[in-house]
Design a protein. Structure first.
Ligand code: FUB
Length: 348
């Protein structure tokens, strides 16, 4: 994730650039929106960005978030995503979880997600433990907005960042992983070794990780494994390929096809790949979202009553401060072959 050369990218919006969507909330900075329809409303589970005064570095230490808020909106609000008063249609349900209430977590509450099963809502979040390693925790509540009560320990065998939980009938899968500050490059076959690093240009890229959740939704039912993404020639991506996985895993299903989408990190796009199985292999499909203002890009895709929406973030509200982002949403569409139409986040 973030990087000291972030100011190289999209520091200034093109003249007259007009964002296609407005921030869903303006009273706090927010990022990494994971959206789901629960109980007839869209619930959004974002990171809560703050300025902790930490300088930019390759480790992403300036992303020093310490709590989460959950937001919700009704279907009518989805018709006013570009309206300057869309915020009036979004409810802030208050603080849902604080790092001080998670015994194993020390800092950096990054991109979360949530799932529902049998009357319980499960909130999944990454944070650094007291050894400085990211792991993924789970917390529960009886309402979609919490507040959530954290389990005392992280999910066993979890690591890295950006959990996304996808429900496929009665099965739930967690997709996760992120490079650089997200530490994925230090793992091989689920084992940490700080001697490992990101593959060099021309070598095979690292893949995201998938594991089915156990019945209790608080543990993995299996050893996490790589989610293989192939290019259009059936070859694994190379590490220098602008399409390779970096972070921000998301899975959704449309017309029976599994769509895995992700951020390319230092190429600043959201891309996707498709498969007939939630385990893959996936084949590259294209770009969903062109670069936004700010170094990071992170999204989710949510369908309500037959309409699809991309939830994403950018840094327009803070005028380009990379760690002070705002969540947004915009409609998404597919062509007749199931290809997602690329979105330009600004009208220029
Ligand atoms: O918000 C912190 C990190 O920034 C997320 O975990 C990444 O996906 C990136 O958006």
């Amino acid at each position: 994730m973030s990087h000291s050369t972030e100011q190289e990218c999209w520091q200034v919006l093109p003249e007259n650039a007009d964002p296609i969507s407005q921030p869903l909330v303006k009273h706090q900075y927010s990022a990494d929106p994971s959206a789901h329809v629960f109980e007839g409303r869209v619930y959004i589970y974002p990171s809560h960005d703050i300025d902790a005064g930490i300088p930019f570095n390759d480790n992403g230490d300036h992303f020093a978030m310490c709590d989460y808020h959950v937001f919700s909106m009704d279907e009518a609000a989805l018709n006013k995503l570009s309206s300057t008063d869309v915020q009036s249609a979004v409810i802030d349900h208050g603080m849902a979880l604080h790092v001080d209430d998670v015994p194993w977590a020390e800092r950096q509450m990054w991109a979360p997600d949530a799932a529902h099963k049998n009357g319980t809502y499960y909130f999944y979040f990454p944070a650094r433990n007291y050894e400085g390693k990211f792991q993924i925790g789970v917390a529960t509540a009886k309402t979609p907005h919490g507040p959530f009560t954290a389990e005392p320990l992280p999910i066993e065998n979890s690591y890295s960042i950006d959990p996304a939980v996808f429900q496929d009938d009665d099965d739930y899968y967690m997709y996760f992983g992120g490079l650089w500050g997200g530490q994925l490059q230090e793992y091989r076959n689920n084992s940490f070794d700080e001697k490992h690093c990101e593959p060099a240009a021309g070598e095979t890229a690292l893949n995201p990780i998938v594991a089915k959740l156990a019945d209790d939704m608080k543990s993995f039912a299996e050893e996490p494994k790589e989610l293989v993404i192939l290019d259009n020639n059936g070859e694994p991506f190379k590490a220098d390929d602008e399409r390779r996985f970096f972070e921000a895993a998301w899975m959704h299903k449309h017309n029976g096809i599994y769509y895995f989408s992700y951020s390319t990190g230092n190429h600043h796009t959201i891309c996707y790949a498709t498969s007939n199985s939630p385990y893959g292999p996936f084949t590259y499909g294209g770009c969903i979202l062109e670069p936004v203002l700010g170094w990071t890009t992170h999204h989710s895709i949510c369908e309500m009553n037959g309409k699809s929406f991309l939830f994403y973030h950018d840094s327009t509200l803070s005028e380009g401060v990379t760690h002070l982002r705002s969540i947004k949403a915009t409609p998404i569409s597919y062509d007749e072959n199931g290809k997602i139409i690329t979105i330009k986040p600004y009208n220029v």
